[in-house]
Design a protein around this ligand. Sequence first.
Ligand code: BTN
Length: 265
Amino acid sequence: MSDVSSWTGGSPPRSFGAPRKDLDETGSTNDDALRWAEDGAPEGALVVAEQQTAGRGRRGRTWLSEPGHSLLFSVVLRPPARALPLVSTAVGVGVCEGVRAATRLSVLVKWPNDLVVGDRKLAGILVESRSSAGDIVAVAGVGLNLSWPEDRPPPDIEDIATSLRQESERSGLDEIPSRAVVLERVVAGIERRYRQLVGGGGADVVTTAESLSSLVGRDVVLRLPTGEEERGMVTGLSVEGGLELSTASGQVTFTSAEIETVRRG
Ligand code: BTN
């Protein structure tokens, strides 16, 4: 009996990555995926672009990329409300595991959800959601640096950014996976962790996020939305994906903050 004919729970689960739109150029794949979701695109629908003209990052920042040198995509999600607080954490873990599966690089997640190799950023993730009449649509947008034009990072970001090619060469890996393989593994990673979350496995997602965190056990300085600074050692992640810090005034959980500095441990 095939998987589909033995499925008894209504529509069979789809595999993320279909249906799919491939665009040469767009404003932002997150905008395209949100519009598509509002027009009825199913969970797992994927928008991939070669280039974005209005890519955005967290906190309203611009996300710049060179045509053909990045993986830029967004996946449509339809999470139940109870899962929403951890969607971003689950996506971060899934992307991290997907890159590891494709490359064997020691990629980690820097809270809230940058992907880093060492202290340099390899990828950024932006989860955005809309809710109408109780229905939630979310999109998980990922921008991953595959390589640099002329094989060199732009001088203004060379100390803080890296690419898959750069890290593969630095680690002496002789094979750099194709864009298609990286995309396939990363989307599969997102699907696996997202389904685990929605299926009630949020605690396991958080435990895995802690084990893949670049910050747990390190001393950090946070910049809070109020502008204040907070210092302490990162002890873990909360059940809702917040950052837990041991500070001079005790154990505190932060749900929104910027990591200003990380002291090498
Ligand atoms: C960040 O690090 O601040 C998050 C960056 C997320 C960038 C990706 S690229 C694909 C998708 N479309 C966007 O406009 N943003 C996300």
